[in-house]
Write a protein that binds this ligand. Structure first.
Ligand SMILES: [Zn+2]
Ligand SMILES: [Zn+2]
Length: 131
């Protein structure tokens, strides 16, 4: 895995409460084209500096990618992504788990709620814990 040529990057899953005081990465990817830092070929430019990270730079995500029999270059192609994170019934279950732990999800809009829950499922799937 040393041959990917990616910079080491401190990546921590986001915690529930977004804090603006966290350190910014040194590289200013907002000023780069995505191909300068993305090695999976699927990353899009994101509005936040810290969101501009390639799936192949995150060891926990890379680990999941190496667990499938066929070689995949991006987490988007992982066969587990849809059933674990995006499937509507998984999202329903993620909502129940969230409610049991934190009470009502205080995010407006179905789409934003789903995104948030999908993200939480992704974090717990790859990292094994939630912040
Ligand atoms: Zn990428
Ligand atoms: Zn990717």
């Amino acid at each position: 895995m040393d041959t990917l040529g990616v910079e080491p990057y401190m990546y921590e899953p986001e915690s529930e409460e977004e804090s603006d005081v966290e350190e910014q990465p040194v590289a200013h990817r907002l000023q780069m084209t995505t191909s300068e830092w993305c090695t999976c070929g699927n990353c899009d430019r994101m509005p936040q500096e810290r969101e501009n990270i390639c799936c192949r730079e995150v060891p926990q995500v890379m680990r999941r990618m190496t667990q499938v029999p066929e070689e995949i270059t991006c987490m988007i192609d992982h066969p587990g992504l849809e059933p674990v994170c995006l499937n509507i019934y998984s999202l329903q279950n993620a909502m129940n788990i969230y409610r049991a732990d934190h009470g009502q999800l205080r995010i407006r809009g179905m789409e934003r709620q789903c995104r948030h829950l999908a993200y939480r499922s992704f974090v717990s799937w790859c990292w094994g814990f939630l912040g």
